[in-house]
Design a protein around this ligand. Structure first.
Ligand SMILES: [Zn+2]
Length: 504
């Protein structure tokens, strides 16, 4: 694929004609023309896996991701307290980045916050660090039974340490007041404006609680959404069934699928593995079994929803791929059904065969690799050879769409492309399992071609953009021509959505 320079004529939200010439991008829409010298046009960049409202809350919430110890987290919270109701909340702690790498503990929080409930979410969203007040409100003590798929971490004498993993987080989280609709609308807007400034024209909202869909629909009716949002509704506990939502497109917002989880995350050892963890006796946890995933997906597919399922560990990925191929072979998924494997972080070679099915789409967040490689080495040891299997997926005929899992990671797509192409972990210089790197063209394809091919039938890039929706990302560089090391420095000059220009 080649970036485009020349004239682009837009009518009624579609590109109707183009003419190539070197030097600039000239956009003509409703009689107005705008020229961008030394710029190149690309089909609109898509982040295929993110959490819009969570990004909005991150932009305003207490951020613990830069803290290098548990004490620093507390000090930072004292300087920048953020409350929801009476609860002190924050996110982003990562004990792997702490100087002494100790597991967090409630004692420190109790010392500074004896009377205020505290709830700090880990960077991957799969663990919470809370204090005694929070445990007391939730009624958690040494006798509390762990929920399925969750862990209440306990010390040697059996007392909760204040760390809750996966489903155990809900025991406390349900007591924290939710945002009201107006707060939510503000968060969504601040997130969308930020996403647009990185050249993103479309994002896929994963695990949208149906309670929150109304805020998106209202903003969309007010014509305020600057980016397109395709949402996958929370479905793990059949949440979607209590509402009347069906697959539907509004203006820039659409509801198109359901989201399930098969396991947790690697960092908190919640990812379900075939072998034991390299650094623990556990094999992680499955959050759903094969017949449950089959039946839940079937119910969604019959209503016309697409399916997206989270899988990190090789065992979880295997289960999802097997279940998807059964849904296809039994004719429950039709030719238009999209069955997405979210994260696909470790896939055993023998499971790559399922990728021959065209309905199966692999949704990858390349930045996870360069951010988590040192942790993955500890957790997986030799089995790292199955981790972040990008080239293997492509070579097996799999189709990749790229995302970032924002706000867990940066939604800057150029960091993602850099990760795809170089696989050099942050603060390191060597490439991590370099055989799994993919080319710039393949990486671009995952951001700005494959997602359109799947969702926009008029899309045909080889036709010089003609026919596609008028969503474009205009960059200051010809992506294929500069030094690989500079990829992450690329800037989006203009983001075009439905022919509307947003200069960055
Ligand atoms: Zn996610």
């Amino acid at each position: 694929m080649l970036p485009f320079q020349g004239k682009i004529i837009i009518e009624k939200n579609r590109i109707v004609a183009t003419e190539t010439f070197p030097g600039s991008v000239l956009i003509i829409n409703k009689g107005k023309s705008n020229e961008f010298i030394n710029s190149w046009a690309y089909p609109g960049f898509v982040d295929s896996h993110g959490h819009v409202a969570a990004l909005g809350s991150k932009l305003t919430e207490l951020d613990l991701s830069k803290c290098s110890s548990d004490e620093e987290c507390v000090e930072w919270s004292l300087l920048n307290p953020r409350f929801r109701g009476v609860w002190l909340t924050g996110r982003g702690w990562n004990e792997e980045l702490w100087r002494d790498k100790i597991e967090p503990d409630l004692k420190l929080l109790d010392y500074y916050y004896p009377d205020i409930p505290v709830y700090f979410t880990r960077v991957d969203g799969h663990a919470a660090w809370v204090n005694s007040k929070a445990l007391q409100i939730a009624g958690i003590d040494e006798y509390t039974k762990e929920p399925d798929g969750g862990m209440i971490v306990k010390d040697k004498s059996g007392n909760p340490t204040g760390v809750l993993i996966d489903n155990a987080m809900d025991l406390v989280k349900k007591f924290i007041p939710r945002y009201d609709k107006n707060q939510l609308k503000e968060l969504i807007l601040s997130a969308c404006n930020n996403l647009s400034s990185f050249g993103l024209t479309q994002v896929h909202e994963m695990d949208l609680h149906p309670d929150n869909a109304g805020a998106f629909i209202e903003l969309d009716n007010e014509n305020k959404l600057p980016v397109k949002i395709k949402a996958y509704l929370s479905a793990q506990k059949d949440e979607w069934k209590n509402y009347d939502y069906t697959p539907s497109t509004y203006n820039n917002f659409s509801i198109c699928g359901l989201k399930f989880y098969t396991d947790g995350a690697l960092g908190s050892r919640g990812a379900a593995l075939f072998d034991k963890y390299n650094d623990s006796d556990s094999r992680g946890m499955m959050l759903i079994n094969e017949s449950e995933l089959f039946n839940k997906s079937k119910a969604g597919l019959e209503k016309g929803f697409h399916i997206a399922t989270h899988a990190i560990g090789d065992k979880a990925n295997s289960l999802v791929l097997k279940t998807y191929s059964k849904l296809i072979e039994e004719g429950i998924a039709n030719k238009d059904s999209i069955l997405r494997l979210e994260h696909a972080q470790t896939i055993r070679t023998e499971d790559l065969k399922y990728l021959k099915h065209k309905n199966i789409i692999i949704s990858i967040q390349p930045v996870h690799c360069i951010s988590d490689a040192p942790m993955a080495e500890k957790r997986l040891g030799d089995n790292c050879k199955y981790a972040y299997p990008w080239k293997s997926v492509l070579q097996s005929g799999g189709r990749i769409v790229a995302g970032s899992d924002f706000p867990i990671e940066s939604h800057n797509p150029f960091i993602g492309i850099d990760a795809f192409v170089r696989r050099v972990p942050f603060n390191r210089e060597d490439s991590f399992y370099p055989d799994e790197r993919i080319s710039r063209e393949e990486a671009l394809g995952a951001y700005c071609i494959t997602p359109h091919k799947i969702f926009d039938e008029g899309f045909n890039y080889s036709d010089k953009l003609v026919g596609m929706e008028a969503d474009l990302t205009i960059l200051d560089k010809n992506f294929l021509e500069f030094d690989e090391k500079d990829i992450s420095k690329t800037k989006a000059v203009v983001t075009v959505v439905n022919g509307k220009l947003i200069e960055n």
